[in-house]
Ligand binder design. Structure first.
Ligand code: SF4
Length: 82
């Protein structure tokens, strides 16, 4: 499997968190700061219901590698400019 291009998605009612395993540098920042959501011991390792949306967004924005990102549901991961 080509990890580089693999993406995993986890959605709640508001947002979808996107994780790119090939980009993750395993800094552990996410699961030290918000273990209710990010727990590598769980399968799947992201429990999107573990915290509210704003808290998850805050944590996603703290990912140093860019492996974590999110988009608002209905807006899509890429906004097309036409
Ligand atoms: S904060 Fe980002 S780079 Fe660090 S373990 Fe979490 S997803 Fe990976």
């Amino acid at each position: 499997m080509d990890l580089k291009n693999l993406t995993k998605k986890y959605s709640n009612d508001d947002i979808t968190v996107v994780w790119k395993p090939g980009t993750c540098i395993h800094s552990a920042i996410c699961f030290h700061s918000l273990p209710e959501v990010f727990d590598p011991g769980n399968k799947p390792w992201i429990t999107i219901s573990g915290a509210d949306t704003e808290r998850i967004i805050q944590q996603v924005n703290n990912c140093p590698s860019g492996a974590l990102s999110y988009f608002r549901n209905g807006e899509g991961p890429e906004k097309s400019v036409e």
